[in-house]
Design a binder for this molecule. Structure first.
Ligand code: MTE
Ligand code: MO
Length: 519
């Protein structure tokens, strides 16, 4: 049917673009669907995103957190998808004339996905299984591309003789078929993704603690509306981690291994933990990435087993000075041994505010260590604790320009006023929170328009591991624009410095200020 005189004019650019796009979309959809059916295996897009997270320079991570907050993950996924779509469209357009170049380009993209899967630390399945989705993606994309470009070329050669010939119809059919495949893949991916941990969690009833937390003292809340709740509800609790997709770890097969410089290695199941002497403690967690006045701090009631108890069972050997904790997604933290064996309430937690840990906060188990930033202590989806020495390893963020030791820098925050909030003259009442975990807050002071420091009223103290609310009523408020600044002083007598320190390498310092208006 083709003749040597057939026009060599290429198919229109949009047909090439469509071919490239559909090839990539069907491959990604198929790979995502396969990943959803294989428990613990990241999808190809996630694997590429996961590599991007680990290789991104620390300043870029800080930029992303600052710009997008907790939306940084959807933004990253969107970026990977957009870049892939663009490459695929360009490959398709080029492929109208130079199919080999297009096929080579798509093969290369597929190879990148396979390599990313091969080194994706976040998988909780075997390495061989982890490769399957990206291989499926590569094969399906290449197959779809060859089919679509072949039809485009057939069309082009037959165009003169058969304006509605095999080629065009074939291209149409192939496009529809591939679109259908992509949609089915997308639906499968949605329906089957991440089901195991959620089902496992739904079936758990937490036992009552052997050591129950004392009731929250009355007066911890200062009664200023707009001030953060004393106990942060789980749904409002900040979330910070490197996980593009929450690790899907059902409690049933989960194990916590405690090993390294110990006399007896422990290998505990979730049931084992539930059967131990559980304790309840209220502890305020804080992220090193919290800017002065920022949102990455929250207070919860944790239920768990003391790390000191577990380490005593294992028998720590002389010379150890650290624990290296590892998660199901192979994130790591290094924590001073002393902080998980002294009398602060460090624990392997399985409950948060009366529920099993939420999936986003580490189900089935995590570490909580009062007084340390999360990146050196609060490992979620915990699976492994190695008793070791700081000289023998580095935690995830410590290999990325953060320090190995990172006690929380005590701080304070204004919740009310919010920026440019307006008050009636007789209703200028302010409030917020202050924290100095393991030491305790002694005093919070406010300064209006850079005037003298005046003591604020503190809410009742619960314990030294939690934050404390403060409030202040400005009795002689004057109309106009004003600035409120606060600073806290600890029970050790240290007062917050006005010197600003950046997030990296070990947390911010400085005073929080807010502009407001009185009418
Ligand atoms: N597995 C894992 N655990 C992790 C992290 C992580 O990236 N991966 N981030 C840590 C950091 S930096 C902080 S501040 C706390 C935050 O805990 P949250 O999300 O429950 O508030 O988790 C810690 N535990
Ligand atoms: Mo953090």
């Amino acid at each position: 049917m083709s003749t040597t005189t057939a026009s060599r004019a290429a198919a229109p650019w949009w047909a090439g673009a469509l071919a490239g796009f559909l090839a990539a979309a069907s491959g990604v959809a198929a790979g995502t669907a396969v990943a959803a059916l294989l428990q613990g295996v990241p999808s190809p897009i996630e694997s590429v995103g996961n590599r991007a997270i680990d290789y991104a320079p620390p300043f870029l991570k800080e930029f992303a957190v600052r710009q997008f907050g907790t939306a940084d993950k959807p933004v990253l996924i969107g970026g990977v998808v957009a870049a892939l779509a663009l490459l695929a469209v360009v490959a398709g357009i080029v492929g109208r004339r130079r199919p080999r170049v297009a096929i080579g380009a798509v093969a290369l993209i597929g190879a990148v996905a396979v390599v990313c899967a091969a080194i994706d630390r976040t998988t909780t399945a075997s390495r061989a299984l982890t490769l399957v989705p990206s291989i499926v993606t590569a094969v399906v994309s290449l197959g779809a591309l060859v089919l679509l470009l072949g039809n485009l070329r057939a069309r082009e050669q037959a165009a003169a003789a058969h304006p509605l010939g095999l080629g065009r119809r074939g291209f149409l059919k192939a496009s529809l078929g591939i679109t259908a495949l992509a949609l089915v893949g997308g639906v499968v991916g949605r329906v089957f993704g991440d089901a195991a941990a959620a089902a496992s969690r739904a079936g758990i009833r937490l036992p009552r603690a052997a050591t129950v937390a004392p009731p929250v003292p009355s007066g911890v809340e200062v009664g200023v509306s707009g001030v953060s709740d004393y106990l942060t509800p789980n749904r409002d609790f900040y979330r910070v981690d490197t996980a593009l997709r929450i690790p899907d770890v059902p409690a049933e097969g989960w194990r916590l291994r405690i090993h390294g410089m110990v006399d007896r290695e422990l290998n505990l199941s979730y049931r084992d933990l539930m059967g131990m002497a559980l304790e309840e403690h209220r502890v305020t967690l804080t992220c090193v990435s919290n800017e002065v006045g920022g949102p990455y701090v929250g207070n919860a009631l944790w239920l768990g087993v003391r790390t000191a108890t577990l380490l005593k069972m294992a028998g720590v050997q002389a010379g150890a000075n650290a624990i290296k904790s590892t998660s199901a997604d192979r994130w790591t933290a290094g924590t001073p041994l002393e902080t998980v064996t002294d009398d602060r309430n460090a624990m392997v937690a399985i409950g948060m505010n009366g529920e099993p840990l939420p999936l986003a906060h580490g189900f089935p188990a995590r570490l909580v260590v009062p007084g340390l930033y999360g990146f050196v202590s609060a490992t979620k989806w915990l699976t492994d604790i190695e008793v070791t020495r700081f000289s023998d390893f580095k935690g995830y963020w410590t290999t990325r320009d953060y320090t190995a030791l990172a006690p929380i820098k005590f701080s304070s925050r204004i919740d009310v006023p919010t920026s440019f909030q307006t008050f009636d003259r007789d209703k200028a009442r302010f409030g917020g929170v202050a924290w100095a975990q393991t030491v305790g807050i002694a005093r919070v002071e406010v300064s209006i328009d850079k005037g003298d420091w005046v003591e604020a009223t503190l809410g009742a103290e619960d314990n030294t591991e939690t934050w404390r609310q403060w409030s202040y009523r400005w009795d002689d408020a004057t109309p106009g624009n004003h600035q409120l600044t606060i600073r806290a002083t600890t029970k050790d007598g240290d007062t917050q410095t006005s010197d600003r320190a950046p997030i990296r390498p070990n947390g911010t310092t400085g005073w929080h200020s807010v502009q407001f208006r009185v009418e």
